[in-house]
Structure formats: structure tokens, C-alpha cells
Design a protein around this ligand. Sequence first.
Ligand code: 9MR
Length: 448
Amino acid sequence: MRPSLSGLLTGLATVAALLLAAPAAHAADPPLRDLATAKNKVIGTAVTGSKLTGTYGEIAGREFNWLTPGNAMKWGSVEPTRGNFNWTEADQIVDFAEAHDQDVRGHTLVWHSQNPSWLDNGTWTPAQLSQLMNDHIALEVGRYKGRLAAWDVVNEPFNEDGTYRQTLWYNGLGADYIAQALTAARAADPAAKLYINDYNVEGVNAKSTALYNLVRDLKARGVPIDGVGLQAHLILGQVPSTLQQNIQRFADLGVDVAITELDIRMQLPSTAAKLAQQRTEYDAVVKACVAVARCTGVTVWGFTDSDSWIPDTFPGQGAATPYDENYAPKPAYYGIATALGGTVTEPPVPTGCSAVYSVPNQWNTGFTGQVTISCAAGSSLSSWRVAWTFGAGQQVGQAWNANCVQTGTAVSCSNASWNGSVPSGGSVSFGFNGTWSGSNPVPTVTLG
Ligand code: 9MR
């Protein structure tokens, strides 16, 4: 059946209205890699080689100028049985990077995890272990000599308390395995920057101080060490406040620093408020790197939620990366962009809309809060977020008709899936139960 003219016009009007109301869901222009270059930084992502086609490949090539193979270069991947090598995925990633004018961070040579079982289960004398390690480094680094910009030579050598992790390498060779590995890597590719990489070393703490002391000692001994990788597998709301200070103290040792595996995970389901907070935290982490000259840049550990290790490892958690599972940029993407100096146009809040906070009910230590969002005739909203800061230690508990999170004194509430739209001349309300003591002053709320 042919559509009628009036039906067509109504359809067009609907499309136009949707376009006007749609948030800025397009990627920032210019792409992240251009923004990073302008700041003299790099922006990278971990990738899975087999996925580097279609939309995944387009985004990886367009937005990033460094790649790290997520698994493809680990010992267990490249030499699953002794003497039998599989370089397919690793080669594929390096070829892709060269075709897209990207650098590659090799990951990783000497680690306690994802080793082949023949290595883990073997019985080795110290001399044999040393030989195995040196041969592996010579072979793998040598294979890509001149093509890789950096190597995570040693991965995760420390326990949380700053003692050495008891691994195959440490138990067989003592702490000196680290110097041996770095020396072997330098010999195999003198141009590659050599890194030690670890997690939970982003802030100043016992583990990062152990790493700091190690790097200082290696430098003093003339062992080749060019950089420190701070993995940064972070939890929403827990970005260390000493991140920039910690980056700076490593830089002051005369080494480069890279944020090598950034992701910020949250309890699912994600809400607009959690994603907004995640944006702020991505922005803060990238800014901490931008602020320190010797911080070379940031790599995210997978750029899309469909290619993230989090849901498998932490059931119930996820949404940790800058793109959603359908490759749409999330607020976190814009956090990275703005930290790199990009300007992101967000849909403005219509001036005719506002939010009002009230306390309809209060008892000994509890109260009910209510917020009403109203739009005057001629203004409307398709989604909303209301934020405020409590002035007297109040705490939000259960909320209805909104998703609310409180971090310290800051509260952020966003629409539920069913009430994002506030029509012209209309209003929506949400409520919550809270606790108070002493006084319960009404905060100033902002609509965003
Ligand atoms: O992303 C990697 C995932 O696919 C693997 O299953 C996992 C196995 O440990 O390793 C992941 O990557 C790790 C990285 O190599 C080193 N730092 C921690 C990362 C997350 O586990």
C-alpha cells in the first residue's frame, strides 16, 4: 500500500522531532586519537584480533592510535605446546596497527598467569628457568623487532602488601628475574620501551611504593627500564585521590608512565546517574595523565562493553568501558574526549524546565524527599538528571521513579526507564526515603 501524503508528512515530522530531541550520540569530532596527539599523548585500546573488522575495526582504527593485544601475545597464546608457535592473532593485530598508523604495546612477556601448562607444570632448575625465560623473550621480542613501540616485560610482580608475588619466576630465580627479563628484552629490541606493569598501583599505597622502590633500584643499577604501567582496573566511586601525585613520583624517577588497562566497573544495571559519574571519573583519570609530562597516555582495556573481561570475572558488574555493547559512545567516551581537550556539545536543558525539592514527611531520623520536574509550555525533556549536595549529612536510601546514587554528600538522580519524558506544560515527580540527624535543610537542586 502506498503511504498517503499526510501519513508521510506526519512521519517526517516525527523523525524531525526525534532528531531534535535526540542527545548528542555521535562520536566527538575530531576522534580521540587526534585530540590525544594535540596534547602530545596517546590513546589506546586492548583488542581481540579476530574482531578487527566491521564496526569494531572501524572504531579501533578511527579513535585510537595505540593497540594492546588483550591476550594474543601472552605465552600461553603463542606457544601452547612446547616448540609449537601460533602467531596468527598477534600478527593480525600488528598488521592492523601498521595499516592504521598505530603503535603497539606488546603484552606481556613474564607473568604468573596465562602461561602454557607445559611451562606451569614443568619441573625446572633455576638455570633451566632462566634459559626458558630468556629464550622466550629473545624469540617473541625478536620476532617483532622494530615494529612494537613498547613491551610490558614483567607483569604483576607484587602482592598487595608490597612483597613479591610467589610465582614460577620469583620462586625459581628470586627478584632478579625482573632485571634479567628487562636485560633480555633490551637486547632483543633496543628501540622498544620496556615497562613493568601492575594493578592496584594507581594511588600511593604499599604496593605502588614497592614498585617505586624497585624502579628506583633498577635505575640505580643501570638495568634497562623505561616505564611503569598503571593498569587502572578501577571501581566506580573509587578512583584513588593520589593518582596524579603517584604518576608524578614515578615520572620523577626518570621513567615514563602509562595508564595501560583502564576500565571503571559498576554494579549492573547501569543507570544514567552511574554512567554520568563514570564519565566524570574517566575524565579525572585521563586528566591526571595529561597533567604529567612523562605520562605518555591512556589505554582502555577494551573499548566496548561487548569486549570487556569484567562481566565474566565479576558477576553482576560491567558497563566498564567507553562504548556500550552496540558500539554507541557512552558518557565515559565524552569524559575521555573532554579530558583530552575536546569540546562536547550536550543537549541543553530547556530554560523553561526546572526541578523543585520538598520534604513532605519527616520523623525522628527519617524523611521522605520529593522532587518535581516541570516544564512550562513550549519546553520539554526527553530525559533528566537532578543533582544536589546535602548540607547536613543526610543520606538517600530507597528511591522510587528515579535511579539515585549518593557519593559522599553528592546525590545524582536520573529518570527511570518510564518517566524520562516531561511534556510541554507537564511535570513528573520522584521520591526517596532518607535519613537525617540534627537538621534536614532543603538543598539546592540542579536539573541537567
Ligand atoms: O582481558 C584479559 C582476559 O580476556 C583474560 O581472560 C584474562 C586472564 O587473566 O586476562 C585479561 O587481561 C588481564 C591483563 O592481561 C593483565 N591485567 C589484568 C587483565 C584483566 O584480567
